[in-house]
Design a protein. Structure first.
Ligand SMILES: [Zn+2]
Length: 435
């Protein structure tokens, strides 16, 4: 299966931009994840922001990128950086990002490569593209201006996960802010994003239709549930993503219930080591290091068996689609005192969704019933509706482009902001001209 024919199948418009700013979403315009967007103006400066893939089965890819010299990668999630090796291998694109995002890219790409081999899905890039991409990074600290063509750019903290950035762009005509995935609320490992005054705001809208419960209350609810499970003689399995949620959960548990015996197992081990090498991107980095010493990291088989007697196991994958979490679920399901605690959104078709809806899991090829307590907590690291609306107002732009959202996500944001700024709701592969 040929996914792309470089230079021939791109749907990007041929004509130059006469004035204003052109935005062309290759992906992530009217959907969550799978992001890629080309910005271009009349100076001929062209910039790609993010180039990801949605890790669904089969994976979803953004449209083919036209020739572009520079791409900024906002953060290390695969739906934002998963296709960057293709850019480097086929277009010779230079990648820009925070130092932590650049460091994390190796772990993320190697894992994507491995998963595509295991699951037998074609990937548009190969090992050599990946090796080249690892050499293609130019990193920038938060707050430092750098130039791309005729534009000046600088990064701001985005919240969301360590290393994640928002991008401020000064073109000759306007000031642009691109949020990437963001949260204005602090979480255990990162401080929240702060508004930046601009003319044009590209605002992610993942949870535009969701009003988050207060974070502190959700954290307390999670801790009490874990303690309840432990009191009745059970083990709480907490499936969590490798970059963000797992470390958040462990920091909450360490802070609130340090007497618990918590085990960690998954790709997050390497991720956390890299976080600790970039304390400038971490909230209270000493607390992260303390938490990391406090929890027991599982590596070998005997560690795994020991973890079954622990109070808490935090393990990947976050949506129970594979990883050691499945192995643990299979062992723990036979003892009714145990519980599975989900810490975020479970996508349609994911293992976690099946567990919530039907109390079943796909385990090593079989669908098996799970007669355990299952509870879901909202520890999202994306801004909710109130945070997004307040953030947009504080940036006071003339235009807002709501992306990285489905119809339900962007509609309420659009309604609330329409009186104050011009709202644009992009579709993939349709240009928007902002003047
Ligand atoms: Zn993200």
């Amino acid at each position: 299966m040929v996914l792309y024919t470089p230079g021939r199948t791109s749907s990007y418009p041929d004509d130059p931009v006469k004035h204003g700013l052109r935005a062309f979403f290759l992906g992530g315009g009217d959907e969550v994840g799978n992001v890629g967007c080309i910005l271009e103006d009349s100076t001929g400066t062209r910039l790609l922001i993010d180039y990801g893939l949605a890790p669904t089965r089969p994976p979803k890819y953004p449209a083919e990128c036209p020739s572009v010299d520079h791409a900024i990668i906002t953060h290390s999630h695969i739906d934002h950086m998963g296709m960057a090796p293709w850019l480097v291998g086929h277009l010779g694109t230079r990648l820009h990002g925070s130092p932590l995002t650049a460091s994390l890219s190796e772990v993320m790409w190697r894992d994507t490569y491995k998963v595509s081999k295991i699951e037998g899905y074609p990937l548009a890039w190969d090992r050599r593209d990946m090796e080249e991409a690892l050499q293609a990074w130019t990193t920038h600290q938060i707050g430092d201006w750098f130039e791309i063509g005729e534009w000046k750019c600088r990064f701001h903290r985005a919240g969301h996960i360590p290393g994640a950035v928002m991008i401020e762009i000064e073109t000759p005509e306007m000031r642009v802010l691109w949020t990437g995935d963001m949260d204005t609320r602090a979480s255990p490992n990162v401080l929240g994003a702060l508004p930046v005054e601009c003319d044009v705001l590209f605002l992610e809208g993942t949870y535009g239709n969701r009003v988050h419960p207060p974070r502190v209350e959700e954290e307390e609810r999670l801790v009490s549930k874990v303690l309840e499970v432990v009191d009745r003689g059970g083990t709480a399995l907490i499936p969590a993503f490798a970059s963000g949620r797992g470390q958040d959960v462990l920091r909450i548990l360490k802070r609130e219930a340090p007497s618990l015996e918590a085990h960690y197992h998954g790709m997050g081990t390497r991720v956390t080591q890299l976080w600790m090498e970039h304390p400038e991107s971490i909230r209270e980095p000493k607390q992260l290091a303390k938490m990391w010493r406090w929890c027991r990291r599982v590596s070998g088989k005997s560690d795994r068996r020991k973890a079954l007697d622990a109070d808490v196991i935090v393990s990947t994958s976050g949506m129970l689609d594979g990883g050691p979490a499945i192995w643990y679920a299979n062992r723990l399901r036979h003892h009714g005192a145990n519980a599975i605690l989900l810490t975020g959104y479970q996508a349609e078709g994911s293992g976690g969704r099946l567990l919530l809806d039907e109390r079943k899991l796909r385990i090593f090829g079989d669908v098996v019933p799970i007669d355990l307590e299952v509870e879901q907590f909202s520890l999202s690291n994306h801004a909710g509706q109130n945070e997004l609306v307040n953030f947009a107002r504080a940036c006071a732009p003339r235009h807002v482009v709501i992306f990285h959202a489905d119809e339900e996500g962007r509609e309420p944001l659009s309604t609330q902001l329409a009186g104050e700024m011009k709202v644009h709701l992009p579709s993939n592969r349709v240009e928007i001209l902002i003047e």
